[in-house]
Design a protein around this ligand. Structure first.
Ligand SMILES: [Zn+2]
Length: 339
């Protein structure tokens, strides 16, 4: 095992000193899709001390085109992404402490899950979650690395507390929505390159190579062969509510939405109200007695009620596949699950 990292430590800006630093650091990845799987694999192969991986979804066949770490077997067994990724990551490097969390990041759990790490990595596909990450990062003084990939292009940006502008500062420079993963699709090289650029930034941060960190918003398109970087100078007099006025609305529970339409997947997520004690076992028993089409594993139960497919997690969170309509999904949840 001695020579596992020899090529990494031979890279001069990192060296044996940098390797030791990496081995004592911890990262958290939000979202284990196309970006998260590549990020996690690279960091685990680089010997990071600890990694926490968070995802709210299960693996689908259409993920395999670009999401490394997963197999057809994982699709068949309906594994949650975080757990399947952990299994694979531990097989790659058993020295790394890997913590898998199957949940969605929201106002009530974000600070507990994301603070205390040396870097937060963005593997999400939506701005609601990114603003939650940004609020935690600014509030707790943790760097975070934004990444987004669609079609053949990608964007990467590194936030460093009191050194670079935060997401609220730069939001107006980001490309406007409209293109989603549903309308334009994505090629694997675009997401892999985005994640690799994020990982390079993470390695610089974890080894205190601050001067090497990219200062600006980097954009590339590997089909049109364009790339550009927008400089993002830090000006402390900026009127940013987040990093200058320290307001963190995304961490206020009242602000947090209970239902979310997932990006391009005809899926609505529903979280139960915080104060309800969800009884998973008796809910599943009720499904079985009613002779629904029910399949369970250690982590979740899937219920097919055509044209819908409901994935129910132990904490009462559900993914309603087959609709983009919040009201329709809520009705289904209330009728079959409760709440
Ligand atoms: Zn800001």
């Amino acid at each position: 095992m001695e020579d596992r990292y020899v090529r990494l430590s031979r890279f001069r800006p990192i060296g044996t000193q940098g390797l030791k630093q990496i081995q004592n650091k911890s990262a958290v990845i939000v979202g284990m899709g196309a970006l998260g799987t590549v990020l996690a694999e690279q960091l685990v192969r680089s010997g990071i001390g600890e990694i926490t991986i968070i995802d709210r979804d299960i693996i689908e066949l259409s993920n395999l085109q670009r999401q490394t770490l997963y197999s057809e077997d994982d699709v068949r067994h309906q594994w949650p992404k975080a757990q399947a990724a952990k299994k694979r990551l531990q097989a790659i490097n058993h020295d790394v402490k890997v913590t898998a969390v199957t949940t969605d990041i929201n106002a009530s759990n974000a600070e507990a899950l994301l603070s205390g790490h040396d870097v937060i990595l963005d593997g999400t596909d939506n701005f609601e979650t990114r603003f939650i990450i940004n609020d935690v990062a600014v509030k707790h003084g943790i760097p975070w690395i934004y990444g987004a990939a669609t079609g053949s292009y990608g964007l990467v940006y590194t936030y460093i507390p009191e050194e670079t502008p935060c997401l609220s500062c730069i939001y107006r420079y980001l490309p406007a929505g409209g293109e989603t993963c549903e309308t334009v699709g994505i090629i694997a090289p675009a997401s892999h390159l985005t994640a690799s650029l994020q990982c390079a930034e993470a390695l610089k941060l974890l080894t205190d190579n601050r001067d090497a960190v990219r200062k600006g918003l980097f954009y590339f398109d590997i089909w049109t062969n364009d790339f550009s970087q927008i400089a993002m100078p830090y000006s402390p007099d900026r009127e940013c509510p987040t990093c200058q006025h320290r307001q963190f609305p995304y961490l206020e529970v009242e602000f947090s939405t209970k239902t979310t339409v997932l990006c391009g997947r005809e899926t609505v997520q529903i979280r139960p109200a915080k104060d309800t004690d969800f009884d998973y076992q008796s809910t599943v028993q009720r499904f079985q007695k009613a002779e629904f089409d029910v399949k369970s594993n250690d982590f979740l139960t899937q219920l097919v009620i055509p044209p819908y497919r409901v994935v129910l997690f132990k904490d009462g969170r559900a993914l309603i596949h087959g609709t983009n309509h919040i009201d329709e999904a809520k009705r289904l949840y209330q009728n079959y699950i409760g709440g």
